[in-house]
Design a binder for this molecule. Structure first.
Ligand code: NDP
Length: 262
C-alpha cells in the first residue's frame, strides 16, 4: 500500500540510494538504446538489477547487452535480457509475448522505466503534419500505455514496484512550436496521475520524471546548432531514475519530478 510518509520531502536528485539498491530487482527499460535509456539501463545493472532492454534495433540492443556484460562489478552483474520491440508497429500479441517471457522467467516485474520517445515535427499547430502527429502520440503515449497495461499484472505480483514515465518541460508548460511532442508529454503527466490514483491501494507506484536538457540524439535533433559540450551527459540524470526505482521512493506516487538542477 502507498504510505506517504516522505511525500513532502522526497526529491530523486537528493535521495540516498545505496550502490546495490536494485539487487534482485527486475527492471524493464524502453528506449534502452537511446541516450537516457542506455544510461539508465547501465546504472540499473550496476545497482544489481536484472535489466530487460527494450528497443527496436537488435544491433543496438546487442551492443548494449555486450557493454553491460563487460562491466566490472562485484558481485558480478546479472546478464540482461534483450527484448526487441518497435513501438510504432507493436500489436497486442507482441506485448503479450513480452509479458509471458517475463512471467516465465521471473513471475514478476519490479520496475518499468519508459524513456522511448520521438520528437516529431517542431512547427506551429497550424502546420503540424497529421501522420507525424499520430506517430508521435502513438509512440510517446499509446505504446507507453499499452506496455504498462500488459505488464501491470506482473508489477502487482512484485512485493513493491515502480513505474517511471519520462516527461519534459514542455509537458508541464506549453511552448510554441513543440506540437505533438509537447502534447504527448502532457498526456504522459495525465497518465501518471490517473494510474497513480487507480493504484493507490496497491504496492505499485508511478511517477513522472523530467530529465531536462540532456546530451542525446533527440536534443541534437531539436537544437542542431547547440554545442553538445554545453549539455549535461545522460549519466547525470540516471541517479534520479534509480531513486524512483529504489526503496528510497517507497510510498511516493502520482508526482512529477525533475532530474536536473535549476
Ligand atoms: P534518444 O533519441 O537518444 O532516445 C529515444 C529512444 O526511443 C531511442 O532508444 C529510440 O530507439 C527509442 N524509440 C524511438 N522510437 C521507437 C520505436 N518506434 N520503438 C522503440 N523504441 C523507439 O532521446 P533521449 O534519450 O533524449 O530521450 C529519452 C526520453 O527523454 C524521451 O522520452 C524524451 O522525450 C525525454 N526527454 C529528453 C530530453 C533531452 O534533452 N534529451 C529532455 C526532456 C525529455 P533507437 O535507439 O532505435 O533510435
Amino acid at each position: 500500500m502507498i504510505n506517504s510518509d516522505n511525500s513532502n520531502t522526497f526529491d530523486p536528485r537528493h535521495a540516498s540510494v545505496s550502490p546495490d539498491a536494485l539487487t534482485g530487482r527486475v527492471v524493464a527499460i524502453t528506449g534502452a538504446t537511446g541516450g537516457i535509456g542506455q544510461a539508465v539501463a547501465i546504472a540499473c545493472a550496476k545497482a544489481g538489477a536484472e535489466v530487460i532492454l527494450l528497443g527496436r534495433s537488435i544491433k543496438k540492443l546487442e551492443a548494449l547487452h555486450a557493454q553491460i556484460e563487460s562491466l566490472e562489478a562485484s558481485p558480478s552483474i546479472p546478464s540482461p535480457l534483450i527484448a526487441p520491440l518497435d513501438l510504432e508497429r507493436a500489436i497486442a500479441k507482441d506485448y503479450d509475448e513480452l509479458a509471458n517471457a517475463i512471467e516465465a522467467r521471473w513471475g514478476r516485474l519490479d520496475g518499468l522505466v519508459h524513456t522511448a520517445g520521438i520528437l516529431g515535427q517542431l512547427s506551429a499547430i497550424e502546420h503540424q503534419d497529421v501522420p507525424t502527429w499520430i506517430k508521435v502520440m502513438h509512440v510517446n503515449v499509446t505504446a507507453m500505455f499499452t506496455m504498462t497495461q500488459s505488464l501491470l499484472p506482473l508489477m502487482r505480483a512484485a512485493p513493491s514496484a515502480s513505474i517511471v514515465c519520462t516527461s519534459s518541460s514542455v509537458g508541464r508548460k506549453g511552448r510554441a512550436f513543440w506540437g505533438a511532442y509537447a502534447v504527448s508529454k502532457f498526456a504522459v503527466e495525465g497518465f501518471v496521475q490517473v494510474l497513480a490514483d487507480e493504484l493507490e491501494q496497491t504496492r505499485v507506484r508511478v511517477n513522472s520524471l523530467n530529465p531536462g536538457r540532456t546530451r542525446t540524439a533527440m536534443r541534437r535533433q531539436a537544437f542542431p546548432a547547440e554545442d553538445p559540450k554545453t549539455l549535461p551527459a545522460p549519466e547525470t540524470v540516471a541517479g534520479s531514475y534509480l531513486a524512483l526505482l529504489s526503496d528510497a521512493s517507497e510510498g511516493i506516487s502520482g508526482q512529477a519530478f525533475d532530474a536536473f538542477n535549476t
